[in-house]
Write a protein that binds this ligand. Structure first.
Ligand SMILES: Cc1ncc(COP(=O)(O)O)c(C=O)c1O
Length: 290
């Protein structure tokens, strides 16, 4: 089955999908995106993704002339047309096409593209058993990374540094030595049974998986602290972990080559992972293959 993409109202073969050269997403990264998980053919936490997208659009004064209901319908149509039970859907809204000029164009119309890619969530269950490595890099991004813009060059460079070092992720550290988040994930530590993550601010993305874990951990009676933590604290933590749409919960067992806690996935990460996958099963009916 050929891969299909959605481009401004039409579903077309991915290989033939095109956007104009003067799309402002391409010229200026004047665009927002969302990535949502599809498990067992069902969208996970979809309303939360829509809320974040709408909030970003409002902050950037981009008007997307499609209702949430119509957008959801089109997303589901594309998912069904691609035919993958387990997938990720990528949405991108740009300010539209206009003669290149930094200021907002007078009459551009926002453009919407969507793609769907098969995704193997079961690989995350395997990685959960071994844990993953992260490295740290300086956070070189602009100051509004709470907006999910397509201007991801600093994240791209950080992820590439991680790959080159044989690590799964790069944690982005501010000049104050605070660990903000990963290049495409949110960062967490556990110390003395307290689950700690950076508070929401303009210097992290409000991850949907982050919100899910906070909700589930609170529901399970865990003590939570949404507060900044330093790299030194992370290195001295009992456990560390990361979350994202494509990595719902992974234990971090080394940071810059230094073992965290026992150097193996810890009991709290295991407990939280069980909650996360339980929530995914409740929402979508997805079960890890035996
Ligand atoms: C910088 C950054 N932080 C955190 C996340 C995790 O967000 P979510 O849980 O919504 O996938 C992402 C996801 O792409 C990201 O790019």
């Amino acid at each position: 089955m050929p891969q299909l993409a959605y481009v401004d109202g039409r579903i077309v073969p991915l290989a033939q999908a095109r956007i104009p050269v003067e799309d402002r997403g391409l010229q200026f990264a004047d665009a927002l995106y969302e990535v949502a998980a599809v498990l067992n053919g069902r969208l996970l936490d979809w309303p939360q993704h829509l809320i974040r997208l709408r909030r970003g659009l409002a902050a950037l004064f981009i008007e997307l002339p499609i209702s949430d209901a119509a957008l959801t319908l089109q997303a589901k149509r594309l998912i069904a047309a691609n035919g993958h039970a387990d997938a990720i859907i990528y949405l991108q809204v740009s300010r539209g096409v206009a003669r290149r000029d930094h200021g907002f164009p007078a009459n551009s119309r926002a453009s919407l593209i969507m793609t769907v890619r098969r995704f193997d969530f079961a690989q995350r269950i395997a990685q959960q058993r071994t844990g993953i490595a992260v490295i740290t890099v300086n956070d070189m991004r602009w100051r509004r990374v709470d907006l999910k813009t397509t201007g991801l060059l600093a994240n791209v460079m950080a992820k590439q540094d991680a790959r080159a070092a044989g690590a799964f992720e790069a944690w982005l550290v501010g000049p104050d030595d605070i660990v903000r988040e990963g290049s495409s994930t949110n960062a967490w530590i556990v110390k003395d049974d307290v689950l700690i993550t950076h508070p929401l601010s303009e210097s992290i993305l409000a991850g949907i998986a982050r919100a899910a874990l906070l909700r589930l951990a609170a529901g399970a009676g865990m003590t939570i602290a949404e507060r900044p933590f330093t790299l030194a604290e992370a290195l001295a933590a009992d456990e560390a972990l990361l979350t994202s749409t494509t990595a719902p919960l992974l234990p971090v067992v080394t940071i810059d080559g230094c073992p965290i806690g026992s150097g193996r996935p810890g009991p709290i990460a295991a407990r939280l992972a069980a909650l996360v996958w339980g929530d995914i099963a409740t929402q979508t009916g997805w079960q890890a293959p035996a």
